[in-house]
Design a protein around this ligand. Structure first.
Ligand SMILES: C[S@@+](CC[C@H](N)C(=O)[O-])C[C@H]1O[C@@H](n2cnc3c(N)ncnc32)[C@H](O)[C@@H]1O
Length: 289
């Protein structure tokens, strides 16, 4: 046998049967996933309606119930790849709005969507997002924008490096309002469908998902307008109620929702939070019970 498994199938590797069982389990799981995808109603409908994935139906279901999208809004879509949620947002806010998608993966965004390949757990990503919204608001016709995707990532990164140590940087990233020129809270809706690769270990997957929800909530506290809306996906587990408590400190209304397109066996659940409050103290949200 000439495969990557060969070094493992030797007498000194006592765990071989386990490794083979694991490989067989994974390939069976993959086959089951492929078969399920092929027969799935939402997968077929996504293809027919030219959505990039069946996830589109989850967001449509959420917004049909809670109605947070309005014409001409500014939307931040965290974990946007392959881009179905951004496509739905684009339809619902119209061409006068703005959408920025952020994802760890490299992905060409849908037409009319700005994008950034970055990790939401990094502080620099939060700075690039703020810079993109600030620049969009100050746009003038002479800006060099890509005709489909607005600012390009390298332009934002270069600009951020250029700004460091300047007064403008301080104005942009100060925690208090020191400038008339910069809108502190430029975003109307923050979406997060972020999910790391699941490990199958439920508590681990849950904690990884909590970290992503917390990072998304920090962005929402920093950038979302008073009255703005936030939706995030959580891999359910023991800390659901902790996230719910945090959300209630930031938003007037918080609901849990399981969209029709979310598979029954999936541990995912969505929090929909509306009506962002004013004067939020981040430390109180995260440190106080
Ligand atoms: C379920 S997919 C999102 C599907 C998307 N909403 C759509 O409609 O096409 C989850 C995404 O979260 C992204 N993600 C996971 N961890 C992330 C992180 N730390 N920063 C940014 N994106 C992340 C993944 O790369 C993946 O593309």
């Amino acid at each position: 046998m000439n495969s990557v498994l060969q070094p493992l199938i030797t007498p000194q590797y006592r765990c071989t049967p386990f490794v083979l069982r694991l490989v067989r389990y994974n390939s069976n799981a993959q086959n089951r996933w492929l078969a399920r995808q092929k027969n799935d109603h939402f997968t077929k409908a996504a293809k027919e309606q030219q959505f990039r994935s069946r996830a589109a139906f989850k967001l449509m279901d959420i917004d049909d119930k809670y109605r947070f999208f309005k014409q001409n809004q500014k939307v931040l879509d965290l974990g946007f790849a392959p881009g179905a949620w951004s496509q739905v947002a684009r339809k619902r806010i119209g061409s006068g709005g703005m959408i920025m998608g952020v994802d760890l993966l490299r992905c060409t965004p849908p037409k009319g969507v700005y994008s950034l390949q970055a990790n939401i757990l990094s502080k620099k990503t939060h700075e690039l997002i703020r810079l993109c919204f600030a620049r969009h608001i100050q746009l003038n016709k002479h800006d060099q924008l890509h005709k489909d995707h607005g600012y390009l990532q390298h332009m934002l990164e270069e600009e951020l490096n250029h700004l460091k140590e300047t007064e403008e940087y301080k104005e942009l990233f100060s925690q208090t309002d020191i400038s008339q020129n910069i809108e502190r809270y430029p975003v109307d809706v923050v979406l997060s469908d972020m999910m790391a690769n699941t490990t199958g270990i439920q508590s681990k997957d849950h904690y990884m998902s909590m970290d992503l929800c917390d990072a998304a909530l920090i962005v929402a506290i920093d950038l979302l307008k008073p009255g703005g809306s936030f939706t995030c996906k959580l891999y359910a587990g023991s800390e659901d109620t902790l996230l719910e408590k945090r959300l209630k400190k930031v938003f007037k209304k918080v609901d849990r929702f399981k969209p029709n397109a979310s598979r029954n066996e999936s541990k995912e659940l969505y929090f929909v939070a509306r009506g962002k409050k004013t004067d939020i103290d981040k430390l109180k949200v995260f440190l106080e019970e």
